[in-house]
Design a protein around this ligand. Structure first.
Ligand code: 3HC
Length: 688
């Protein structure tokens, strides 16, 4: 039974009960419809509907979206509630999301607990609300707020919901408050479907459309939601619902909804494997070595999660820099209203900065975030090893280096893992947990527990140059540089990738992070680089010219006065010169060709990564590319996108490119095996 009913003194208590989040599937819908008839048969005074387990309902069961819809459909169930002569009151605790919020909107009254949230996140799953919200919400809160809530998908808190008129009152015990509502007053409340629709506002829709095009380019659902809200204003209530339902069903089976659902479930599946249960060390105090941009971001994230944090630096100048860096993050959070003065004081009170490693002696976890140099990192780990307790976990935030080599000099290399954060570390969601050959279960479990505590998406990676994300990034950049040298410009490449759905292309992104980082990496790799592999020298010329990116006001673009980017003809000429020196006849690539090359290069590299067991699954690579590298979310991540193209197609396209350069475009054996076996990458069996 997913809906329980009981009555007492003519009051019906209906409880939604489908743990863990009371997702609304067919059984729950049937139960709800039965509850409407039950309340009518008993001629009850009212029904109070709430959710079991401290949560109202998280919306329609997204696991049912791939199957054909089964009766009774949610819109019919909610119409039955809305039109019933027995008034329903929604008593909301936890969250009322999507279909859960729509149940509440079909009730005569809504009462929320102070910490509860209500919202319509459907667009984040690539659909629009499909059970009456696009018609009911504008009637309840007006056009502007309804458009904002439906198109952004962002939930709001109880007080905000009350102030916009979405809920009637905020009470500590919403069920008790619903019981106390005066029957006469309740009888005077008009059913939601009888409310008048707000007047059409052409300017509001135009501005909302422009805003969506700017902020969510390529995403279908928010624009379709806007269209449905607008069309619904001119239709009778039930016709508006029918139109909404049609669009909901159309989007539900579309590629964007499939991609976004895939990511939703992949994100939830990204947690510590069962065999690590109970193995994590409890962390109360963490040390961060190095207070540069990355170290300060990590320290801020740790402080925000409630930990005691010690930042260790080499000398007084380092301490000053670390203090400034963390101070800037705290100030920026204050300015943006993300924290208040009391919270800022609390964060500062748990932070210690020192040059003495002994200050970190009680830390259960240390994360080194010094610059990318093996000897420096080994020395730091050695010092930490000497002062921290024997069971403490030592983590490195290295982006590329071999953590097995790093751990080797320690007495106990099993305590070492990689925790690869992404800048800005207090904002970016991804955390690569790098497992060395000897990393203990406890160290890995502690990494997962930390990710959970910080609200990050953990992805386990094996040891290789760049792990999952940076190894794919390196190949992406190599492909971009080849396209640039052989016939394009950085801005044409960037535009092509922005059209694909990235917020920025590879060149603008590199200007932000700095060209010197990739240069240092190329220098390190030089001795082991395949001498037969084509090397594109343009990025090295940029270093010679002092064009390091935004920090020098010039990189692939120029940034006059530190302002916005401007195309730089000198940079375009570098490719023409280098192509001339190498005897290359340049080609005029279309944006489609550029995109194809860059995306295929990433897919091919990712397939090798999967085959070697560096990534555990195609879904993990999707999480890395979306949450760490800006791959368009609505394409579901790199491997999901590859599967949507079809592995056979990918192999055929790679084989054509391999005729041009058999080394750079050597088809990954995993792709070939999948193509032969008719398997998708999601089903692929890696060699390991
Ligand atoms: N359908 C199916 N399963 C769902 C679900 C949903 N709508 N929402 C959550 N779950 C599952 C998760 O997959 C997870 O399963 P697992 O334990 O097997 O991994 C479990 O519930 C717990 O979820 P979380 O790990 O996310 O738990 P949290 O406590 O961190 O978060 C939450 C809870 C805030 C409710 C979050 O799960 C959430 O945001 N859910 C999605 C809400 C949503 O998008 N609703 C709209 C659905 S579409 C709709 O309603 C259409 C309608 O208009 C017709």
């Amino acid at each position: 039974m997913q809906v329980t009913m009981r009555s007492e003194n003519h009051v019906g208590y209906v409880t939604l009960s489908n743990p863990p989040v009371n997702a609304i599937g067919q059984v729950l819908r049937m139960g709800l419809l039965e509850a409407v008839r039950w309340a009518e048969r008993g001629r009850l005074d009212r029904v109070i509907v709430s959710g079991a387990g401290g949560i109202f309902a998280a919306g329609a069961d997204a696991k049912e979206f791939d199957a054909a819809p089964q009766e009774p459909h949610l819109p019919e169930v909610l119409n039955a509630i809305d039109e019933s002569f027995v008034p329903w009151i929604a008593a909301i605790e936890g969250v009322a999301l999507g279909g859960g919020a729509e149940i509440a909107m079909a009730c005569r009254m809504r009462i929320m607990a102070p910490g509860a949230r209500i919202g319509l996140p459907e667009v984040t799953l690539g659909v629009i609300p499909g059970a009456g919200c696009t018609a009911r919400l504008p009637r309840l809160v007006g056009l502007q707020k309804a458009v904002e809530m439906i198109t952004t998908g962002k939930p709001i808190g109880a007080q905000a919901a009350c102030s916009v008129g979405l809920v009637h009152t905020v009470e500590d015990d919403p069920i008790e408050a619903a019981f106390l509502v005066n029957s006469e007053a309740l009888g005077c409340i008009v059913p939601t479907w009888e409310y008048h629709a707000p007047a059409h506002d052409a300017d509001l829709f135009r501005m909302a459309r422009e805003n969506l095009q700017a902020k969510m380019p390529g995403q279908e659902a928010p624009v379709r939601a806007l269209e449905v809200i607008e069309a619904g204003l001119a239709l009778p209530f039930h016709a508006a619902l029918a139109y909404e339902r049609r669009v909901f069903l159309e989007l539900k089976t579309g590629s964007q909804s499939k991609a976004l659902r895939h990511l939703f479930f992949a994100q939830r599946a990204a947690k510590a494997p069962a065999h690590l249960k109970g193995a994590a060390l409890e962390v109360l105090h963490a040390a961060v070595v190095g207070g540069g941009t990355m170290g300060a971001g990590i320290a801020y994230a740790l402080l925000s999660s409630g930990l005691q944090v010690t930042i260790l630096e080499a000398d007084a100048a380092g301490l000053k820099r670390a203090e400034d860096n963390i101070g800037k993050i705290i100030e920026a959070s204050l300015t943006r209203g993300m924290i208040d003065a009391a919270r800022a004081a609390d964060l500062r009170s748990r932070l210690t900065l020192s040059t003495q490693y002994s200050q970190a002696a009680t830390a259960q976890l240390a994360i080194e975030a010094a610059f990318e140099d093996m000897a420096v990192k080994q020395e730091i780990l050695g010092k930490l090893d000497a002062v921290l307790s024997a069971d403490a976990v030592l983590a490195t935030n290295t982006s590329y280096l071999d953590i097995n080599e790093m751990a080797a000099p320690l007495m106990d290399p099993t305590r070492v893992i990689g925790l690869h954060f992404f800048a800005p570390a207090h904002i970016m969601k991804l955390l690569e947990i790098v497992q060395g050959a000897q990393s203990s279960d406890r160290a890995i479990a502690t990494g997962y527990a930390l990710a959970k505590r910080l609200g990050k998406v953990p992805v386990r990676a094996g040891v290789c140059d760049g792990f999952i994300g940076n190894r794919i990034l390196a190949r992406y950049r190599e492909a971009a540089d080849t396209v640039f040298m052989d016939g394009s410009t950085p801005w044409e490449v960037d535009d092509a990738m922005v059209e694909f759905g990235y917020a920025m292309g590879p060149y603008e992104a590199q200007d932000l992070s700095g060209l010197d980082i990739a240069y240092a990496n190329r220098q390190r790799q030089a001795p082991t680089r395949d001498p037969n592999r084509r090397y594109i020298p343009i990025a090295d010329r940029m270093i010679e010219l002092g064009k390091l990116g935004r920090k020098t006001s010039a990189g692939w673009y120029r940034y006059p006065g530190g302002g916005g980017k401007v195309e730089d003809p000198i940079v375009a000429d570098l490719a023409i010169e280098e192509a001339h020196f190498s005897g290359i006849t340049r080609t005029d690539y279309s944006s489609q060709e550029m995109r194809q090359r860059l995306v295929l290069a990433m897919i091919n590299e990712a397939a090798d990564i999967l085959d070697a067991g560096i990534a555990q699954s195609a879904g993990d690579i999707d999480l890395v590319t979306v949450f760490g590298y800006g791959f368009p979310r609505w394409r579901g991540g790199l491997m999901h996108y590859a599967d949507s193209l079809g592995v056979e197609t990918i192999v055929a396209q790679l084989e054509i490119l391999a005729q041009e350069d058999p080394i750079a475009w050597k088809v990954s054996p995993l792709l070939s095996r999948c193509a032969d076996a008719g398997q998708s990458l999601a089903e692929a069996r890696p060699m390991r």
